[in-house]
Design a protein around this ligand. Sequence first.
Ligand code: NAP
Ligand code: ZN
Length: 350
Amino acid sequence: MHTHAYGAHASDQALEPMRISRRDPGAHDVQIDIAYCGICHSDLHQVRSEWAGTLYPCVPGHEIVGRVSALGADVKGFRVGDLVGVGCIVDSCKECEDCESGLENYCDGMVGTYNGPTPDAPGWTLGGYSQHIVVHERYVLHVRHPESQLAAVAPLLCAGITTYSPLRHWKVGPGSKVGVVGIGGLGHMGIKIAHAMGARVVAFTTSESKRAAAKQLGADEVVVSRHAEEMAAHAKSFDLILDTVAAPHDLNALLVLLKRDGTMVLVGAPATPHPSPQVFDLITRRRSLAGSMIGGIPETQEMLDFCAEHGIVADIELIRADQINASYERMLRGDVKYRFVIDNATLAAG
Ligand code: NAP
Ligand code: ZN
């Protein structure tokens, strides 16, 4: 099947309309009519090959929601018409310890939703800035939110799971004090989810203009990280700090806010390294510096169901396909509250 898409032909070129093909559904495949796709900062990093290794044409997009339009003969868990989502993973080895534990995100053979190896033409995966996608049923999620919220559910498929997974892994709940650094696509979901888990949430931002809005998202307190006295007021007090910032910055300023045995988890993935942290800020209070990457498929379903139950969706700005390039520039300026989502029906306009 041919489908309208939006992608880039080179790292220094804008995205533009293109036509791509999708395989016919195999026995275990689910074919999806994509309704909406979120724009993650990782899309921008990859389209511009900031992490190196991007293959072109590159069609980004890994926050996909839509409806099942066809099924392979052996698919058991889905029906035509179901509301579904696809996140960052469309395949993995299915046999290793990670896959057997439902941690496909850590499988060496994990295939990303775009720029990952596949036998399908052109030889690498093409993502959700397109009207249709065909995905093995193992990597397709059920969406149980009301259909009216579908566009705002899309960002849960990456921003939601990337923040939910470390919050669960480090056992956040009532009594925990959690910091969320960077109020962008990931950060605003981290605030909502940590709040719903019962934690006391402090948001850290570089943008004075987000101070009031962050409280509405569920932050108990907001710190503008430029203000040293606001930072100092939280010294040695956090159980967990989730750092979502998309650019290199001083980690020590945050590490010293952890209490003994506290952990700072990096989920932001800047193209160039952070300055190395001070060993003494770690050893003097047995603090940990950790990382976390998206989440496995069972946990992604758990996150979607948790969000449906708690009425959590992303705060979005819905855009047309011809606004994708402009929205990348706005995302770089921090000018989005808090996630752009593409109305994929507008891809057909070319
Ligand atoms: P985003 O919407 O652009 O948000 C990033 C936020 O970081 C900004 O809103 C801003 O918040 C803060 N920030 C402070 N200084 C910045 C600077 N110089 N440049 C950019 N941002 C700055 O991005 P996102 O989609 O949430 O993604 C955040 C990062 O996580 C990206 O690097 C992305 O690739 C990565 N990511 C990682 C995973 C994973 O599995 N670990 C998954 C998805 C995305 P304030 O205005 O509040 O300061
Ligand atoms: Zn993402």
